[in-house]
Design a protein around this ligand. Sequence first.
Ligand code: CA
Length: 220
Amino acid sequence: MRLLLVEDDAMIGESVRTGLQQDGFAVDWVQDGRAAELALESNPYDTLLLDLGLPRKAGLEVLAGLRRRGNTIPVLILTARDAVADRVKGLDAGADDYLVKPFDLEELAARVRALLRRKSGRADPVVQVGKLAINPATHEVSLDGKPVSLSAREFALIHALAERPGVVYSRAQLEEKLYGWGQEVESNTVEVYVHSLRRKLGADFIQNVRGVGYMVPKQP
Ligand code: CA
């Protein structure tokens, strides 16, 4: 899952990015409102983490513009403790949740998972496709009740596919979910991970739609 973090405080930005990356998210970080808009125009993010006090364009304006354009990305705003009015404005402008600074990174990751859950219309914290169960919070994966050991990238790939069974993702779309800016994308990387996932989960689990991409088929 790929997130955009908009935060002009370098220390907070760096620690949030590092913390969420350790949690398995691909994170792009920008430091002003205008850069946030440019990034949102050119990349498909799964969630936006938005500070409100930002140079060049205020967070609330970025948010209002997004919603005006019909963008439904889940948005979590990051605000100062004394800024109750801003939090209310943010929620009323279309934010889905907020966190007050300073916040705990584990709580932030849990709130992001909750937003991603709601985005996929799922109340169960565990992603289930047939016999496969994926827990985004603990990174535990099991097949028919037996634990399966996956690398961080394998986990990110199967999580993205299993979250939307029946939806075909191109290789480029999957690479975008696996890597943030500045992370070297090796060639054939998606093919390599698909290959090892098929070995661990069964050959039919991920289907190759020729010329289009990959999907996890819907299971009865
Ligand atoms: Ca700020």
